[in-house]
Unconditional design. Structure first.
Lengths: 288, 288
């Protein structure tokens, strides 16, 4: 158990309270412009005392199949280099949204989230596991697997505060994945995402709140700002839900930064008073 | 696939549309009064063309540890006999809420839901698996396991329409159980429940909607009416959520019946357009 009395913001293990920021930036079809925009928002979030900064899905590239290959990068690359530099410069953790990642031969593209610690070291690489292949009558239609290759590994990163599970957008539709991260020790789930104008109004808050509630974690969901001129219009409304399922901060649809205090003491309190995770009946759930 | 054109309400396999009713009755400390009340509401629901009638948790007994033993019955007993008779008389399915069930020796008490088909035959017995042992600061405190023994089996009943998963109240907090029922073929989840004035406003709609959405099922949650004089005050607000996560009918806190059209064609449509269940990555979720 961590020391409940320690509320300082110093950099050391054992802090229960710290600050998370979500940068809800507007993504354009100009990569340099996107990276400059991300840099400015990260700098502002750091000035506002963020310990952990989360960017949205495909923050350097339009969420549009025709752009993924052209904007893709191998690791290390221009975008990850910038994020690493900014993490070290400002001494912050960065969950670097996602970008199109290509392999050396540029044969495969992944939708990939890279995370960096306060020294700029890479501490996580999550390749989106569940690809968004849907066709809703009168609503959204998208076929992500046409251009993107799926990952196959859960990603839980270690920070000085706690473990953080990383999922990308459609991944958050799958309660099994989130639960597995939590059983692996995650107390925060951070999700770079880009819900749209069909699924956003219908499901965004609902899913974020329930994943937080069911798993007694903070659930941080980062969206790009809404751009009505884009082929895929993101919903915006980046938000943070707490372990009781309440939304504690939420953006509008515009470009903005939201700042939230994360309190792992509240995670501990909820898990003690309402011991859902302890009440699980693995004996019943397992397939016989 | 079922015949999409068949919208008749005849009693035969293959119907995609049918009517569900939830009887949100007020539970008192008089068992005879509770059974009379249930009978009247079942009769009214049948008159309103219900095919399936769902009652709330502990509909014949106050949700109060001091009553469970005294009100408990072995099977068959007074309450189950009445439900069986009414199911046959009105030719309806009844998901009989739950009642305190005792074993022959009256040593153990379970929180048990009995279901009956249109001929009054018993088609399911679900003993609540997850017991409600919580102690929320400034809110609800209850220790169900003090008096109730937990069940250990998932319950999915067969009807002429589809399979229906049965869970009781706190069971619905556990996404694993609901998912397992759905992977076993359930297209409806019926949940006799009794959320309270702490968890009801905070979580009732949220959980019902997300379970429906994640699993692409109709989720039917039945509560007793609110009685502010009871030791445990039920929230009410019985509701039905559809596979897109929308609430399609909801009661107030008072004694009332809600009627919903269930359309398995809509389940099929959502599962085709937005194939969440097909997109599951069992290879990733399994523990290595």
């Amino acid at each position: 158990m961590r020391d409940k009395g320690n509320n300082n913001k110093n950099i050391n293990k054992g802090n229960l309270k710290f600050t998370a920021a979500v940068c809800q930036l507007k993504v354009t079809d100009n990569k340099t412009h996107n990276l400059n925009g991300a840099q400015k928002m990260i700098e502002e979030a750091a000035l506002r005392n963020a310990d952990i900064i989360i960017l949205p899905e495909m923050f350097n590239c339009p969420y549009d199949s025709t752009y993924f290959k052209r904007f893709s990068e191998d690791y290390p690359g221009e975008t990850t280099g910038l994020l690493s530099m900014l993490a070290a410069l400002h001494s912050v953790y960065i969950v670097g949204g996602s970008i199109p990642e290509c392999d050396k031969d540029r044969n495969r593209i992944y939708n990939t989230s890279y995370s960096f610690d306060r020294k700029g070291a890479l501490i996580g690489r999550h390749r989106k596991i569940h690809l968004f292949d849907v066709d809703v009558e009168g609503g959204i239609s998208f076929n992500e697997s046409e251009t993107i290759t799926a990952g196959s590994d859960m990603t839980v990163i270690e920070t000085e505060f706690c473990k953080i599970g990383i999922a990308i957008c459609y991944d958050m539709r799958f309660p099994e994945l989130i639960r597995k991260m939590v059983l692996s020790g995650a107390q925060i789930i951070a999700v770079p995402a880009a819900f749209n104008m069909t699924t956003g109004p219908a499901h965004w808050r609902l899913l974020a709140r329930t994943r937080a509630l069911d798993n007694q974690v903070y659930f941080i969901a980062a969206s790009p700002a809404r751009d009505k001129t884009a082929s895929y219009v993101a919903y915006g409304h980046s938000l943070v839900a707490n372990p009781w399922g309440d939304v504690i901060s939420e953006a509008s649809e515009k470009e903005e930064i939201i700042i939230s205090e994360i309190d792992l003491g509240f995670v501990n309190k909820i898990r003690k008073e309402f011991p859902l995770l302890k009440h699980r009946r693995e004996d019943v759930y397992k397939t016989k």
